[in-house]
Design a protein around this ligand. Sequence first.
Ligand SMILES: NC(=O)c1ccc[n+]([C@@H]2O[C@H](COP(=O)([O-])OP(=O)(O)OC[C@H]3O[C@@H](n4cnc5c(N)ncnc54)[C@H](OP(=O)(O)O)[C@@H]3O)[C@@H](O)[C@H]2O)c1
Length: 330
Amino acid sequence: MEQRTLGGQGLVVSAEGLGCMGMSAFYGAHDDAESTATIRRALDLGITFFDTADVYGPWTNERLVGTALADRRDDVVVATKFGNEIDENGARTGRVNGSPDYLRKAVDASLDRLGIDVIDLYYQHRVDPNVPVEDTFGALGELVQAGKVRHLGISEASAASIRRAHAAAPLTAVQTEYSLFTRDVEDNEVLATVRELGIGFVPYSPLGRGFLSGRIRSVEDFAEDDFRRTSPRFQGENFTKNLDLLDRVVAIADEKGVTPSQLALAWVLAQGDDVVPIPGTRRIANLEENVSAVEVALTDEDLARIDEVAPSGSVAGERYAPQGMASLNH
Ligand SMILES: NC(=O)c1ccc[n+]([C@@H]2O[C@H](COP(=O)([O-])OP(=O)(O)OC[C@H]3O[C@@H](n4cnc5c(N)ncnc54)[C@H](OP(=O)(O)O)[C@@H]3O)[C@@H](O)[C@H]2O)c1
């Protein structure tokens, strides 16, 4: 597996990581035994970069990931996140909390659930509008000094917040949604800023939350409790318009003899050596398909054609319902 380096402090990871969120949350039914087998297969295939968060479950995903990786601790990079506030009973409050007091407790709890003594990459999951990012990253920098965390990251932050956080404590990675279905970071200065500052970029939902696989054709393909039912993109006319866009992407994949998921991942991987996508799956077959995308070479002509059929801004509907959109840092 190709290796890539995130940021200026030498964090080396496999070119593709594994997103573990859906193994415990948001996308309907899940099975711990199947998820564990998927993580173990990812290790066999050379994946060394695993993405979780305290809020996935909450708490259960960190336990699952920590247990599945336990005997390979020294071979892997474990990334987790804090800040989507969880109360002492393990329930999401719906608020964001970036206060030093909160994060000092959160890091100890994540270390405990993951069963490790240092977190390789620790992200602020969302920027807290009520706590200056300098205060949050000042406290995170102290965690690095204390040896509880190796590298720092931030998720869904504006270019201005990225700059401020990086000045307070150096960032290794920025994680934000990025795919053929969500190209905002190309237009809102986020990608340009991480490149200027030498920070790595980790696209989440690089398969457009599964849509770019071509296997989701209707809202009825989602379980009753699947979060995607609330996404404006998967509703009514938006869904119909987005299927048109998808069909054009699928046609290019067919011509190249790859699956739509592989084309979508190869496109993200082709955006630069500083980019490490973390597609999510609970299933070995999908994992194997996604890992093969690392071998798919796209020519300049392929990239130009993809740009033509799925240009930035061509997707219909916001990616989150209003409450989720409000938690993004613009
Ligand atoms: N920082 C943040 O705020 C944030 C937000 C969202 C996600 N994330 C992270 O990013 C990771 C990836 O994002 P994501 O899981 O939201 O979206 P994604 O990677 O774009 O898509 C995942 C979905 O696609 C399906 N899938 C995966 N490979 C497939 C294939 N080859 N064929 C058909 N379907 C396939 C998965 O279903 P199966 O499980 O059935 O394969 C799942 O429903 C998450 O796991 C999480 O770690 C971070």
